[in-house]
Design a protein. Structure first.
Length: 331
């Protein structure tokens, strides 16, 4: 299905160098912010306390946030959990040590000053000082402590998951097409992930497990667009036998533009609905997907294809010559 058809091919490859320079500058800027500022890791990675409380009526989230800030929590994370009557509160180890409504229960066998490793919420004190601000009938239903060691394991597992996805994509593209497409697609897709991380480092948005899941989703989403364009390039090499490599790639990108706009436009509409109406729980997940989809379109079209061209892709790489049968073979 096409909403429109472009008659003449757009000469994307004429400006391939400009696109690659822009991509390189954006990539280096993202790496700079990651190196200088780093990611603002959530308690899943750094360790902390998670408290779930229930109320007899819809909870007042803003009142809870204000109360935690007055108690000494610098960046309180308060959000509805399942229903409007349940609330989830996340506190980092730093906040646990600073908050006036929280005390650290030291391990009897641990030396002085080591209490943060076994820090726990005092339910009665927290209910009296903070939770009652959220409404009537406040009760703590769950209380979990995430230690720094668990956070390090989650970070390691997340990096391993990212590596496995990248290797899987590279193998798939090398088998289905050709190694030049595999290298180009991996560079383009990692370009998207690094830029997402760069945005989170630049603005110090919280990087949580949901954001990591969004980054992995963007990898799979971007490679889908790369496969579509690579498949059209392969078809064009078969059909447009007198066309140059630049003409083949330009035609492939132009002929898939309608499909790209329809597919990504509908996807972005759903993601934006999560961003604007999903609340704090889905906010940064939707932000990561929004950035990933926008840059995924750009990288698949204006990063992957030019890199494939720089690597010297040609008709013989994708279209194998037909072997003519000799007289002896026919006999």
């Amino acid at each position: 299905m096409e909403f429109f058809r472009i008659k003449n091919d757009i000469p994307f490859m004429r400006h391939a160098l400009v696109f690659n320079v822009v991509s390189l500058i954006t990539f280096l800027a993202a790496v700079f912010f990651l190196t200088v500022r780093g990611l603002n890791l959530s308690i899943e990675f750094t360790g902390g306390v998670v408290v779930v409380a229930s109320y007899s009526e819809p909870a007042n989230i803003e009142a809870l946030r204000d109360g935690l800030e007055r108690a000494g929590v610098s960046q309180p994370e308060v959000q509805n959990f399942g229903t409007a009557r349940e609330v989830q509160i996340k506190l980092s180890l730093k906040d646990v040590a600073q908050a006036a409504a929280i005390r650290a229960d030291p391990d009897p066998g641990a030396p002085a000053g080591a209490s943060t490793q076994t820090a726990k919420i005092d339910p009665a004190k927290l209910t009296e000082n903070i939770l009652k601000l959220g409404g009537a009938g406040a009760q703590i239903t769950r209380e979990d402590f995430v230690g720094p060691q668990v956070g390090r394991e989650l970070a390691t597992d997340g990096a391993l998951a990212l590596l496995v996805v990248v290797i899987g994509i590279a193998i798939y593209l090398a088998i289905r097409f050709e190694w030049k497409f595999s290298v180009a697609a991996i560079i383009a897709n990692l370009h998207d992930v690094v830029i997402i991380l760069g945005f989170f480092a630049c603005f110090q948005w919280e990087f949580s497990l949901t954001v990591l899941a969004a980054a992995l989703a963007v990898l799979g989403y971007s490679v889908n667009e790369s496969v579509v364009i690579a498949d059209r390039i392969r078809e064009n090499f078969k059909k447009l036998r007198r066309a140059s490599v630049d003409q083949v790639i330009d035609n492939a990108i132009t002929r898939t533009m309608s499909r790209t706009i329809i597919t990504h436009g509908l996807t972005e509409t759903m993601v934006l609905s999560m961003l604007f109406f999903g609340g704090p729980t889905l906010h940064y997940f939707a932000v990561a997907l929004t950035i990933g989809i926008l840059f995924g379109i750009y990288s698949s079209v204006l990063v992957m294809a030019p890199i494939t061209r720089w690597l010297g892709v040609k008709r013989e790489d994708l279209v194998k010559p037909v072997k003519k049968e000799s007289a002896s073979d026919l006999a």
